[in-house]
Design a protein around this ligand. Structure first.
Ligand code: ADP
Ligand code: MG
Length: 697
């Protein structure tokens, strides 16, 4: 693969290339924009555009595109050529600052949640200089934000950028008050761990459910699943390894720091973790990673599945959002240091996060809610639907000591004696991991583990940034007006931790006892997407976003509509796909098999009345009765889908209907279909089995 250090970022217009190609004053002005958020001058934009274009053309590009993240959940792009007509009839390649800064894709076909009528089609994309441009497929990609003609936010990046600004200013003010006057900027950082499945394209092509919905809607379990735990961290098969090598190389060229790769728990499941970056770049990179995964898989005759639950009965896929905040002076604000008991600054940030997660647990829950993630959250594999925080033994004890006003003693790092001379002894971490917590402290960051694998991480992160910024601003106001800072800070920390300790839970989140305990503590337990999403428009949540200038009330209501609408559409597509599979293939296949069995029985009896037809008649009886149930259930599902229109006026009611009525019937139909699959000859069954798909690579 050549020299890794040369390969890394070779397709990115990164800092080094800017330095090489831009006049020093332009470079410095651009850096001020990137680092300090200063407004950008058009002359600077012109110079940057020209340098970018020259570089892109040297790299073989003919086109550029503004790349944005509309509310569809995918990224969007519209390609334009660099060419301009010259006077002498030839063409010149040009790219102006105006074109770099502003694009005008037609916005009418992107979801807006009723924010604007379709005739007001104009939408604008605006260059985001904090995320570097890059080259893919001979095209220069420029990361942009997306808004409507009238200025409403229509994407996921804008609120994220605003939340980062808000968090920076709130945290900086507080740090300055605490005496850290050299801090001028605070940045949120994210490292998303990405899970995915990799299956053979030949199998995929035979499954309309995977093609239309990303998950299998039928499929009896294979004799073997994940029970032997032999896939997790297992040695990587050569075909998968070739894919992973190729993927790493593609990502490195794009400046994505893909670091760790390993097999996950379920057969055919894998994970990729990058090195963390600013929330904004991490979001763009995660979107890119998912796209490159899909494209790279194709090259290897594979398909990458990013759905949260492609297969029933084995683990689904999630995304761990590792999140922290750090200063321009290089300090990680979530690092407790050697003596967290004396570290008031750390305690203040911790208290702000505890308070934020407690007060806005519903927002954290709903930001990870989707049709796909409904199969995971609370379904005994991923974190439960109840949001709580895990602090670990050490911090847990510290919080207790603060609340009770008692002495705190750290467990401290102890020696891990391996008991084998040739193996080095090492220091153990002070606390073990809690894999069941949805929001866990992991040493110097929090790991929000409830995200679904296909989610755009911008949303959970802008919510997290905003709620923490809001708490920090409240802390600042209280401490700024206090007579004596230290004692006021101590009192505040004690009060906040006492009031919000109910969100802290260090035990097993999968246990039944926790569900009961959480209910006693008054914590939310929203089991489905519509149940959670209903709270998006609660007054306290609207107030939070409006107060912090992240999105307006109209924009929140639009987002709420878009999410619910999307959910209903997804379930509807799943139901229609199931009906199609049932009527066109499964029912006819079982009838053919029954008829084959009857032919066999009749033929045997013709030869001799003494021949046993036990096998045939048993199977015929069993399959006939199962098929009757299956056909009736298919009809019931069809009727339920047609009746959905009765709820069309209210998107929440419609989503609830899809969840409670349509989805339940789908589950029944599936169970009935899977029972028939188990009893039908493989040569008659119209679709590849779980065994073939999950163990086929
Ligand atoms: P694991 O959770 O498997 O133990 P690691 O501890 O290596 O994995 O980290 C997981 C992710 O957390 C990685 O993507 C890493 O870059 C990221 N991470 C580490 N430090 C920070 C930080 N300060 N801010 C955000 N993410 C971080
Ligand atoms: Mg992790």
């Amino acid at each position: 693969m050549g020299n890794l250090t040369e390969l890394f970022g070779s397709m990115v217009f990164n800092d080094r290339k800017m330095q090489e190609r831009l006049p020093l004053t332009t470079y410095k002005a651009l850096k001020r924009t990137i680092k300090n958020g200063e407004p950008l001058d058009i002359s600077v934009a012109n110079a940057v555009a020209n340098a970018m274009k020259d570089w892109a053309v040297e790299m073989g590009c003919t086109h550029y595109t503004h790349w944005f993240q509309p509310m569809t959940g995918d990224t969007a792009e519209k390609h334009d050529i660099f060419i301009y007509p010259a006077d002498d009839g030839r063409v010149i390649m040009e790219f102006s600052g105006k074109e770099l800064i502003k694009g005008e894709p037609d916005a009418s076909s992107f979801p807006s949640g009723g924010i604007r009528a379709t005739f007001e089609a104009r939408g604008y994309t605006t260059w985001d200089p904090t995320s570097p441009a890059f080259i893919r497929d001979k095209t220069l990609y420029i990361p942009t934000a997306f808004c409507s003609y009238t200025g409403e936010v229509l994407d996921k990046k804008t609120p994220l950028l605003r939340s980062m600004e808000r968090l920076s200013s709130a945290a900086t003010k507080l740090l300055n008050l605490l005496g850290k006057t050299e801090v001028t900027r605070v940045t949120s950082t994210v490292g998303p761990e990405q899970e995915y499945f990799l299956i053979d394209k030949k199998m995929y092509d035979k499954r309309p459910d995977l093609i239309f919905t990303g998950r299998t809607l039928f499929g009896a379990p294979a004799p073997k699943g994940q029970e032997l735990a032999d896939h997790y961290f297992g040695s990587i098969k050569s075909r998968v390894a070739a894919f992973m090598d190729d993927l790493d190389e593609e990502l490195w060229k794009l400046g994505v720091m893909a670091k760790t790769k390993h097999n996950e728990v379920a057969p055919s499941q894998h994970e990729l973790a990058p090195i963390f970056a600013t929330s904004n770049i991490a979001t763009d990179h995660n979107e890119l990673t998912m796209e490159v995964m899909k494209k790279t898989a194709e090259k290897h005759g594979l398909v990458c599945l990013l759905h949260e639950k492609p297969f029933a009965g084995v683990n689904g896929s999630g995304k761990h959002n590792n999140w922290s905040i750090s200063t321009n002076t290089g300090e990680n604000l979530l690092d407790p240091g050697k003596k967290p008991e004396d570290n008031l600054q750390f305690q203040l940030f911790l208290a702000a996060i505890v308070k934020a997660v407690h007060e806005y647990q519903d927002l954290l829950r709903l930001t990870v809610a989707s049709a796909g993630n409904d199969h995971r959250l609370g379904a005994n594999e991923a974190p439960p639907a109840i949001i709580s925080m895990y602090l670990g033994d050490d911090l847990g004890k510290l919080v207790e000591a603060i609340i009770n006003g008692t002495e705190y003693s750290s467990a401290g790092k102890t020696d891990m004696l391996t008991g084998v001379d040739v193996l080095p002894d090492f220091k153990k971490d002070t606390s073990d991991r809690n894999r069941t917590s949805p929001f866990a402290f992991t040493g110097n960051k929090f790991e929000f583990r409830a995200l679904g694998s296909s989610l755009n991480i911008a949303c959970p992160n802008y919510m997290l940034n905003t709620m923490v910024a809001d708490e920090l601003a409240q802390f600042y106001d209280e401490l700024n007006s206090a007579d004596e800072l230290t004692s006021a800070a101590k009192a505040l920390i004690k009060r906040v931790l006492t009031e919000h300790k109910n969100i802290i839970f260090n035990g097993d989140n999968y246990s039944k006892e926790w569900v009961e305990e959480a209910a006693k503590r008054g914590l939310c337990n929203f089991r489905s997407m519509p149940e959670a999403m209903a709270h998006y428009v609660d007054k306290k949540n609207i107030d939070l976003f409006v107060r912090n200038g992240i999105v307006t009330e109209a924009e929140i209501r639009a987002r709420y509509e878009i999410e619910l609408e999307h959910y209903s559409k997804q379930i509807r597509i799943e139901a229609l796909t199931m009906i199609d599979m049932a009527e066109k293939n499964i029912t006819p296949a079982v009838i053919s098999y029954i008829s084959k069995l009857s032919d066999s029985a009749v033929a045997k009896k013709q030869l001799s009345a003494a021949y046993s037809v036990y096998a045939e008649t048993t199977l015929i009886e069993e399959l006939s009765s199962k098929l009757e149930g299956f056909v009736k259930k298919t009809d019931a599902l069809k009727n339920a889908v047609s009746s959905a229109s009765e709820h069309a006026g209210n998107s929440l009611e419609l989503a609830m209907y899809y969840r409670e009525t349509v989805f339940s019937l789908m589950e029944e139909l599936r169970a009935s279909g899977d029972a028939m699959e188990s009893r039908t000859a493989a040569s008659y069954w119209p679709y590849p089995s779980y065994g073939e798909i999950l163990f086929g690579v």
